[in-house]
Design a protein around this ligand. Structure first.
Ligand SMILES: [Zn+2]
Length: 105
């Protein structure tokens, strides 16, 4: 196969996760250097997670180069059946239990 170019990454963790080493800013710069067009910043959220609004604000403050679209999500590590714990973490949308991305409720 020729001409295949991967320019999207939907699974990027930052220091908001407890096991990642690069900051949001470092991830942006790496994505720009790699020529990505889309990057989804997702970090590990648990029932006790309180930083989701701070992460969303931090991503809003980033200024990627033109042509790089940023998406924000969370990788939920613990969730009750109604996603109530996730909602208390500060998100306006609740994730579908079988999906990683929030869906409108
Ligand atoms: Zn992960």
């Amino acid at each position: 196969m020729t001409g295949l170019r991967l320019d999207q990454d939907y699974q990027v963790h930052s220091t908001f996760s407890d096991d990642a080493k690069s900051s949001l800013f470092e991830n942006i710069r790496a994505a720009e250097s790699a020529g990505l067009r889309t990057m989804c910043l997702v970090d590990h959220a648990r029932a006790s997670t309180a930083w989701v609004p701070d992460m969303v604000d931090a991503v809003d403050d980033l200024r990627p180069r033109a042509g790089l679209s940023l998406l924000v999500g969370v990788e939920v590590k613990m969730l009750d059946r109604r996603a109530a714990r996730f909602a208390r973490a500060g998100c306006r949308r609740r994730p579908h239990p079988d999906r990683r991305s929030p869906i409108p409720v």
